[in-house]
Design a protein around this ligand. Structure first.
Ligand SMILES: Nc1ncnc2c1ncn2[C@@H]1O[C@H](COP(=O)(O)OP(=O)(O)O)[C@@H](O)[C@H]1O
Ligand SMILES: [Mg+2]
Length: 374
C-alpha cells in the first residue's frame, strides 16, 4: 500500500539506484534550488566559464546575463575574471572582489567566487553578487555628516577659546573689551547649544522614523499655535504674520509636537529669510479628491523675501545645506531645520513641497491625508 504522510500521497516507488552520474545530477538540482533561495543575485558557471544557471535576482543587476553565455564575454573587470580563472584552476576558499559596473548606471558590486565540487560539471563555481552602491552612499553620508557637525561645533568653540585666552592675557584689565567679549562669547555658546538641540531633534525623529504617529490633531489649531508662538519675534522685526485657517474641523494623524516643530521651522525660516518689514502668510487649505472621496490638508508658509534660485531647491533639505552659509549663521541658523522637517514629514507619510521665485518670495507647504471626522 502506498504510504501516506500527513494526508499527502507518496507513491511507493523505489528510489533510483544512485550512480556517480545520478548523484551528481541530483546534486546539480540541489545547487539550483539553493541558488534560487539565496538572498543575493547568484549564478553558477561550468568548467568552460559558461553560465549554467542563474537566479531571478541576476537580471535586475546584470540585464545582459543569460544562461549559456560565456562569462568573459559579459564581464571585463580584470579582478573578477582573474578570481574566476583562479577558482576554476584549483580548489580554493571563497574569493571576494569589488568592482564598478558602468552599465546601465554606475554601481559598486561585490562578488564572491566559490569553487564547488569538481564532479558537478555544469556548476563548477558559484558567484554571488551584492550591490554595495547604496551602502557606500550611506557610509559616505554618515562620514560627511560627522565631519560637518564637528566643523560646525568647532568654529564657535575655537572662537570661545580665543576670547577666553584674550581675556586671561592681553585684555585682562580692559573693562570695555571684557563686556564686549562676554557678549560675543554668550552668542557663540548659544549657537553651539542651538546646534546640539537640532542634532538631538534630528536623531530623535530618525530613531522614531518607523513608528507611525498615533495622535489626532487639528491642523488649523497647530497653525494657530505656531503663529502665536512666533508673533513676538515677528513683531520685533516688523514683519506681519497672518493666519488663514479652515472653519470646520480638519484632523490629521499626527505626533502633534513634531508637526508643531516642523511648521515652526518653516515660519521661523520665513521670518529669517523673508523681506524686512515684510509679510508672512500661514494658510491652511483642503484639497478634495472627487474620485477617491478622500481629501488632503495642507498648510503653506509664504514669505515675500528675495526667494531661492531653482538650482538650490532640490538640495535645501540636505543636512547643513544653505544657500548662503554666512547669512544663515549670522541669522542663527544651523542648516538642519529643513532636514528635520523632511524627516518629520516622512514619518507622517506627508509631503514637503517648496516653490520659489526670485524676487517675489518662497512658499513651503506641508500636506497630510485628512482623517475622517469622528
Ligand atoms: N523662506 C526661505 N527663503 C529663502 N531661503 C530659505 C527659506 N527657508 C530656507 N531657506 C534656505 O534654506 C537653507 C536651509 O534652511 P534650514 O535647513 O532651515 O537651515 P537654517 O535656517 O538653519 O540655515 C537656509 O540656509 C536658506 O538658505
Ligand atoms: Mg531654518
Amino acid at each position: 500500500m502506498a504510504p501516506f504522510n500527513r494526508g499527502v500521497y507518496l507513491p511507493s516507488v523505489a528510489p533510483p539506484k544512485q550512480t556517480d552520474r545520478t548523484r551528481a545530477a541530483s546534486s546539480d538540482d540541489s545547487w539550483r534550488a539553493i541558488i534560487n533561495a539565496l538572498p543575493d543575485a547568484a549564478l553558477t558557471i561550468d568548467a568552460n566559464g559558461v553560465i549554467s544557471h542563474q537566479n531571478e535576482k541576476i537580471p535586475s543587476l546584470f540585464p545582459e546575463m543569460r544562461v549559456g553565455k560565456a562569462m568573459d564575454q559579459l564581464q571585463r573587470d580584470p579582478d573578477l575574471m582573474s578570481a574566476i580563472a583562479k577558482a576554476l584552476e584549483a580548489p580554493c576558499l571563497a574569493i571576494v572582489v569589488k568592482f564598478v559596473e558602468r552599465f546601465p548606471f554606475t554601481r559598486t558590486i561585490e562578488a564572491t567566487v566559490t569553487r564547488l565540487d569538481p564532479r558537478l560539471e555544469s556548476a563548477c563555481l558559484v558567484i554571488t553578487f551584492r550591490d554595495l552602491t547604496e551602502h557606500e552612499r550611506l557610509e559616505r553620508m554618515r562620514a560627511d555628516f560627522v565631519a560637518n557637525a564637528s566643523h560646525e561645533l568647532r568654529t564657535p568653540l575655537a572662537a570661545l577659546q580665543g576670547y577666553v585666552e584674550t581675556l586671561q592675557g592681553p585684555a585682562r584689565d580692559d573693562e570695555a573689551a571684557r563686556v564686549r567679549f562676554l557678549g560675543i562669547m554668550l552668542s557663540q555658546a548659544q549657537r553651539m547649544s542651538r546646534l546640539v538641540d537640532d542634532l538631538l531633534s534630528l536623531s530623535r525623529v530618525e530613531m522614531r522614523a518607523h513608528l507611525t504617529p498615533q495622535g489626532r490633531a487639528d491642523i488649523s489649531d497647530i497653525a494657530a499655535d505656531v503663529v502665536q508662538s512666533l508673533e513676538s519675534i515677528a513683531s520685533q522685526q516688523g514683519t506681519a504674520i497672518e493666519l488663514t485657517r479652515l472653519n470646520d474641523p480638519a484632523f490629521i494623524r499626527a505626533d502633534r509636537d513634531e508637526v508643531v516643530q516642523a511648521l515652526q521651522n518653516l515660519v521661523h525660516n520665513a521670518l529669517k529669510y523673508g523681506r524686512e518689514n515684510g509679510r508672512v502668510r500661514v494658510i491652511v487649505t483642503r484639497q478634495n479628491d472627487a474620485k477617491s472621496g478622500s481629501s488632503k490638508l495642507s498648510v503653506s508658509v509664504k514669505d515675500d523675501g528675495h526667494g531661492i534660485e531653482a538650482n538650490h531647491l532640490p538640495r535645501l533639505v540636505e543636512r547643513f545645506y544653505r544657500v548662503n552659509p554666512a547669512s544663515s549663521r549670522e541669522k542663527g541658523g544651523t542648516g538642519l531645520g529643513l532636514a528635520i522637517v523632511k524627516h518629520i514629514m516622512a514619518r507622517h507619510r506627508g509631503d514637503l513641497t517648496i516653490a520659489s521665485e526670485l524676487g517675489s518670495g518662497s512658499t513651503f507647504t506641508l500636506s497630510f491625508d485628512e482623517l475622517p471626522v469622528g
